[in-house]
Design a protein around this ligand. Structure first.
Ligand code: ADP
Length: 405
């Protein structure tokens, strides 16, 4: 296993398309890192540069303590799993699993053994160890009964397991995955996700994984790298990225349904109280919760003039509590938003309730079914906000950072 280090890695195509801009990333030995972002953000290009399938326009990539910029893919000690499986259709599963390794060994050592007269013995030893490795990979992935089948006789999920198995047999220093589950249906994707996570724990291998699916990233990664337009936005554990998104893009991209955003102002009044206000709502905030540098004069208790800062308030759907209509005073009220239920989307034991605010903005509250018994589409309702779960974003989209609690 090995570390992977990217230093100021860039890629442009034809001098005009800047696919990846100055990416710095240090991946620890045995870490599972997921690159995530919308289509075209540069995640596959980054992975392909680690694999050696794309040349860098700038920067360096090291695997272990070796800079690999000029090392061809076959000598990088990596194995890559692709979205389209890339299996050989005319070979059996067993032959597909063995193929890559057979080629590498033939290339590396057969001439040497021919030369020194140990060819036959070496072939026999190689064949036995290759068979063991193929069978052990097949058992790990639960495909040991499929070894004599051809790819066309397999389901999508089984084919994807063979593709992962082929990487496993190679026992590489680093596993690279490029959207490996995108062709599978939702339930199989969920199952394979769990299997990959277990596989990672079993092998303790360094894995770099690309997906556009933030849920997949959240469930698989030790650390997530969120990219946008070729630029890394934030690197952190799933919890860090979810709880402390660095900007509005990350806040909205990570989490389903996306974080609600409400336009308004951050106000510090003459008596020092800090609050978020918009036309129909006010939410008192604790000044101590926000990084003093980030809110500047608004943080200072000595500041006696009223000051305001245009902001967006972000709140996750599961931190909005639905209150049945009658108990909320219409219009402006402390801690509460009021609005009209426009849609209820049930998902198993939970439901997403979409509420139209007086400003016409739609917000979503995620509720348990018990909260829904007294609410129907078209009803007016209240929403209680948990101030300790509020996020604030300045007009340039950056988060006002929260002080370390
Ligand atoms: P992602 O994997 O995040 O969907 P890619 O890394 O594939 O994105 O692509 C990043 C950007 O680089 C996109 O704008 C894409 O159109 C561009 N790009 C990728 N490959 C090439 C290429 N061979 N020639 C020109 N532009 C490319």
């Amino acid at each position: 296993m090995a570390t992977v280090q990217l230093r100021a890695v860039s890629k442009s195509y034809g001098g005009t398309v800047r696919a990846v801009e100055s990416v710095d990333l240090a991946i620890a030995d045995g870490e599972f890192v997921v690159l995530v972002g919308p289509s075209g953000c540069g995640k596959s290009t980054t992975l392909r540069m680690i694999a050696g399938l794309e040349e860098l326009s700038g920067g360096t990539i090291s695997i272990g303590d070796r800079a690999v910029n000029d090392v061809p893919p076959k000598d990088r000690d990596i194995a890559m799993v692709f979205q389209n499986y890339a299996l050989y259709p005319h070979l059996t599963v067993r032959q597909n699993l063995a193929f890559g390794l057979q080629q590498r060994r033939a290339y590396k050592s057969r001439w040497k053994s021919l030369w020194n007269g140990t060819y036959r013995a070496q072939r026999r030893g190689e064949a036995a160890s290759l068979r063991d490795r193929v069978e052990s990979a097949a058992v790990t992935l639960g495909i040991e009964t499929l070894l004599e089948r051809q790819p066309r006789e397999l389901s999508g999920g089984q084919r994807q397991r063979v593709a992962v198995g082929r990487a496993l047999v190679r026992n590489p220093a680093v596993f690279l995955f490029d959207e490996p589950l995108s062709n599978l249906d939702a339930s199989l994707r969920g199952q394979m996700r769990t299997e990959l996570r277990i596989l990672h724990r079993t092998l303790n291998a360094t894995m770099v994984y690309v997906t556009h699916d933030q849920e997949e990233a959240m469930s698989l990664a030790d650390r997530i790298v969120v990219m946008r337009s070729g630029v890394v936005q934030q690197i952190g554990s799933p919890a860090e990225i979810y709880d402390r998104p660095i900007n509005r893009f990350v806040a909205s991209f990570i989490g389903t349904p996306p974080m609600n955003m409400i336009d308004g102002e951050l106000i510090r009044d003459g008596r020092g109280a800090l609050s978020f206000r918009c036309s129909h709502f006010a939410l008192p905030l604790s000044p101590a919760r926000w990084d003093a540098d980030a809110i500047g004069p608004l943080a200072s208790p000595a500041y006696t003039l009223a000051v305001t800062l245009p902001v967006k308030l972000g709140i996750r759907p599961d931190r909005l509590k639905l209150v049945a209509g009658g108990s909320v005073v219409e219009g402006r009220s402390e801690h509460h938003l009021s609005g009209q239920v426009v849609a209820i989307e049930r998902i198993g034991s939970l439901a997403d309730v979409v509420v139209r605010l007086p400003s016409e903005r739609l917000v979503t509250a995620r509720c348990g079914m018990d909260q829904l018994t007294s609410i129907r589409e078209g009803d007016s309702c209240g929403l209680q906000l948990d101030a300790s779960a509020a996020h604030l974003f300045t007009s340039d989209g950056n988060a006002i950072s929260q002080s370390k609690r």
